[in-house]
Design a protein around this ligand. Structure first.
Ligand code: HEC
Length: 132
């Protein structure tokens, strides 16, 4: 009499465990794929190059209107002030009393990769970059 019930619940348990394993497997796969976004790819994908050139990487600003342009990156403060810059591009902190014109919409990992890339380039600041 107890057999069908017992089998049923054993079956459920079994399915549950497989389901959990599948979820863990997917999470691992997704985590692996996101582990190392490329900073330059993120910069271009987010269209930061509309307004910012990155001379050290051969990236030109594409906007035609000169006064829309931001400073060439990385600025000198790039290496020392990443935390603040991250808030600026998320529009969580003002820059010169204004919102940064574009809000970074990617993940924290992508933002970290972006600033990691700029930080590396910052070892040699862009010619003409003021850092202010
Ligand atoms: C529409 C034009 C525009 C776009 C697009 C843009 N920026 Fe900017 N950015 C500016 C301007 C203008 C400033 C200077 C603001 C100021 O100093 O008042 C600036 C400033 C900055 C600064 C501060 C530099 C410093 O040392 O003070 C950083 C960092 C920055 N931008 C990163 C980015 C990133 C990353 C992206 C892409 C997600 C991006 N910007 C997209 C116009 C833009």
């Amino acid at each position: 009499m107890t057999t069908p019930d017992a089998r049923l619940s054993a079956n459920r348990l079994h399915c549950g465990a497989r389901g959990t394993l599948a979820v863990i497997g997917l999470a691992l796969l997704a985590g692996g794929a996101q582990a190392a976004p490329d900073g330059k790819d993120v910069f271009l994908a987010q269209k930061c190059n509309t307004c910012h050139s990155v001379p050290a990487a051969g990236v030109e600003a594409t906007v035609k209107i000169e006064k829309m342009k931001g400073p060439a990156l990385p600025t000198a403060s790039m290496a020392t002030d990443v935390e603040r810059q991250s808030h600026v591009v998320r529009q969580e902190e003002l820059i010169d009393g204004k919102k940064h014109p574009k809000k970074f919409s990617g993940s924290d990992e992508e933002l970290a990769a972006l600033f990691g890339w700029l930080g590396q380039l910052a070892a040699e600041p862009a010619p003409g970059a003021s850092g202010e």
